[in-house]
Design a protein around this ligand. Structure first.
Ligand SMILES: Cc1ncc(COP(=O)(O)O)c(C=O)c1O
Length: 440
């Protein structure tokens, strides 16, 4: 096998020689590939604890979808026969279920999309493309998901001004700074409801209040919050809100954008005028039915499930802090999702720890950026130094997790961290003076 890397700094030829000049990034990438291969080959991911990346499709959701994947194949746009009528009825029922989850006043405020990436794009680009908004200004923050950040970057290249509200050490947006950034041409503020890496929950009603005081439209990406904390577009005065099915036990490739009555957007996709002209294209009926069922379940189970997750989360947090030295919690101690923890384990490479804990599916960063092998931009934005960011693990709890899983993971973490630190020359040298600044 030959492997020639960037800058010709590493050259591996397993049939002959191995010549390595130390390029940390390349070595890390190769190590990750090896990890992936090991994990895939060994099929040892027994316990799933990466529910921010995605969630398994719930059996109840699959059952609701099945008819629309088989016998009920009608196109909801067909109004000349019963196949079309039944498909349309199923889509409208799902619209009601989604509207109920977020407490929308009217089902007409729900636009089905291919997922939250599209919903985020539609919210930002749809506002920026309105007549008279050329060269306008939008405000977001550095800890947003890439679906927001990359869209904002694209808009910036097209002449839109983009401002970033500062966040504190826990990732909570600075409301004073946010308000100070508002300009006469500010057209949109987009601040997520909760973060996918560190779980920090934002003060959505207060942000919306600031936006509306200045006549600015407010969008929130609520993907990670739905099904975990209460989301209420009326109570919180949200104008636009992004939803994804696969983060709440629904299918992948389907989502929605809530568009408050009276808010205008220019569509991204045209051709056929579906979804009131806001999103053309034949509707993904099974996906939409799955999203609707997932939304209904999320609303029904919210109270019990979030209380249960909170207990599991706290059991894990207490266990980590009691049993492992030199750890740092990333994100807010209380204002965080009930299913999220993010810890830095000083002197332990996150990838090595994940490999060592291979019986549990964990993540070192958001699923979308973990292949880039850079330190997490979210941790960077809240001031976590690179040396700790590279030692950070995200724990994303979900429906299938139990107390036994938590206890099993705690044993695994304690053993693995201890073993990896014993092998670390850095830890050896620093043993004496690492106590300050850590949980224990
Ligand atoms: C906060 C947030 N927004 C948007 C997305 C993208 O959602 P989708 O996969 O539905 O496009 C994700 C997925 O990781 C997310 O966590």
């Amino acid at each position: 096998m030959m492997f020639k890397a960037r800058h010709n700094s590493i050259y591996l030829d397993w049939t002959g020689f191995v010549i390595i000049s130390l390029d940390f990034i390349i070595i890390k990438r190769y190590f990750l590939l090896e990890c992936e291969r090991t994990l895939a080959g060994a099929k040892m991911n027994l316990i799933y604890m990466d529910h921010h990346a995605t969630t398994p499709l719930d059996k109840e959701v699959l059952e609701a979808m099945m008819p629309y994947l088989t016998s009920e194949f009608g196109n909801p746009a067909s109004n000349t026969h019963a196949y079309g009528h039944r498909a349309r009825h199923a889509v409208e029922e799902a619209r009601q279920q989604v509207a109920a989850l977020i407490n929308a006043k009217s089902v007409d405020e729900i636009i089905f999309t291919s997922g939250a990436t599209e919903s985020d794009n539609l919210a930002l680009k749809g506002i920026a493309a309105l007549p008279g908004k050329a060269g306008g200004h939008i405000i977001t923050m550095a800890t947003e998901h890439k679906a927001i950040l990359d869209t904002a970057k694209r808009l910036e290249r097209q002449g839109v001004q983009v401002g970033f509200a500062s966040v504190d050490e826990f990732g909570v947006v600075d409301l004073q700074n946010l308000e100070a950034l508002i300009q006469p041409n500010t057209m949109l503020i987009s601040i997520q409801s909760a973060n996918s890496e560190i779980g920090t929950v934002q003060p959505i009603a207060e942000i919306a209040g600031i936006a509306h005081k200045h006549g600015v439209v407010f969008h929130t990406d609520a993907v990670q919050a739905l099904g975990r904390i209460d989301v209420d577009v009326v109570g919180d005065h949200v104008d636009l809100l992004s939803i994804s099915a696969h983060k709440m036990y629904g299918p992948k490739g389907v989502g929605a954008l809530y568009v408050r009555k009276g808010i205008h957007l220019i569509p991204l996709i045209e051709g056929g005028g579906h979804e009131k002209g806001m999103r053309s294209g034949t509707l993904n009926v099974p996906g939409i039915v799955g999203l609707g069922t997932a939304a209904e379940m999320a609303k029904r189970d919210l109270e019990n499930e979030s209380a249960r997750l909170l207990q599991l989360r706290d059991r894990l947090a207490h266990g980590i802090e009691k049993r492992i030295k030199h750890v740092k919690l990333n994100g807010h101690p209380d204002k965080r999702l009930p299913n999220n923890l993010n810890y830095s384990f000083a002197y332990v490479e996150a990838e090595a720890l994940i490999l060592s804990c291979r019986d549990v599916a964990l993540s070192s960063s958001s699923a979308c950026s973990s292949s880039s092998l850079q330190s997490s931009y979210v941790l960077k934005a809240i001031g976590v130094p690179d040396s700790l960011a590279q030692c950070s693990i995200r724990f994303g709890l979900g429906k299938s997790n139990t107390e036994e899983h938590i206890d099993f993971l705690l044993d695994l973490l304690e053993k693995s961290v201890g073993r990896l630190r014993e092998m670390s020359p850095l830890y050896d040298g620093a043993k004496e003076d690492v106590d300050s600044g850590f949980a224990r």
